[in-house]
Ligand binder design. Structure first.
Ligand code: IPD
Ligand code: CA
Length: 273
């Protein structure tokens, strides 16, 4: 019988081990090999080492599990076997620039639903986790999203498309509409952590296009378990194979910001899973 809580404990232990390796590499960045996978999308030997460690440890703990990793590891889950969806280093650009804001993200999917998630902010030693139906936590502290208040007082996070990215024009239109109504906009460079910051009530909402399952699988669950709402930018149901995500503390802010994001509705096609 598959023990969910035991799995979460294992995921936390393995995320911490991967984090220790990343901190070693963060301190010796000049020695890393770096390659551009596609314009402005980098992978380094730190990402790959972290992926190898996570793959080995998760496979050792759950030999029959399916795997989906950002840097290429993939095997299908079948029947009642779980699948781990993993970003071995979310925030690679920050990492390579010496900015201490990056994470390891591990989600556990069972029969098509994410049932547990861990996001470990390695440099700040903040470990976010959630199990479906059991709440979201930062360490031992139970998380809840902010109380939806006036839009003019809200702090909204986003991810900005870059050179080589797509949908720049509608993105700028949407950002322009949102920034005129809110107290502040943040772009900190790790989607997994952006979602956890919504869960912790630090941000009131977060939106981005161009994401993949490994960026959001754990963070989406952590937001929901903290009482927040996660959809696509047009307010429709979120899906791991959708490329856009919109997470918030809830209504009425969710609906109002979704209206402001109208230039993005329909532009983000489905993507890799
Ligand atoms: C990236 C980060 C970033 C987001 C990008 C992602 P990576 O993930 O989450 O915040 O804006 O869209 O690709 O490549 O550092 O794992
Ligand atoms: Ca990554």
């Amino acid at each position: 019988m598959f023990d969910r809580s035991q799995a979460l404990t294992t995921m936390i232990r393995i995320a911490r081990r991967a984090g220790a390796g990343l901190m070693d590499d963060f301190g010796a960045r000049e020695r890393l090999d770096v390659r551009e996978k596609s314009p402005s999308d980098y992978v380094s030997s730190a990402d790959l080492r972290s992926e190898t460690l996570l793959r080995q440890e998760l496979s050792r703990a759950y030999p029959d599990s399916g795997l989906l990793f950002e840097e290429g590891t993939a095997s299908a889950a079948s029947g009642a076997r779980p699948r781990f969806i993993v970003d071995p280093l979310d925030g690679t650009t920050n990492f390579l620039h010496g900015i201490a804001h990056f994470a390891v993200s591990i989600a556990l999917e069972l029969e098509g639903s994410v049932i547990a998630g861990v996001v470990f902010d390695v440099a700040k030693n903040e470990l976010f986790h959630a199990e479906v139906g059991h709440g979201a936590y930062l360490g031992e502290q139970r998380l809840s999203v902010s109380k939806p208040g006036a839009l003019a007082e809200s702090l909204i996070a986003t991810g900005v498309p870059h050179h080589g990215g797509s949908h720049h024009a509608p993105y700028l239109q949407a950002l322009g509409a949102v920034m005129q109504e809110v107290a502040g906009i943040r772009r900190w460079g790790s989607a997994a952590l952006d979602l956890c910051y919504v869960a912790a009530g630090r941000y009131d909402a977060f939106f981005e296009l161009g994401l993949a399952a490994w960026d959001v699988a754990a963070g989406n669950l952590i937001v929901r378990e903290a009482g927040g709402r996660v959809t696509r930018t047009d307010g429709s149901e979120a899906a791991l194979d959708a490329r856009d995500v919109f997470a918030s503390c809830g209504e009425p802010l969710h609906g109002r910001v979704s209206e402001l994001l109208a230039p993005l509705h329909g532009v983000a096609a489905g993507a890799h899973r």
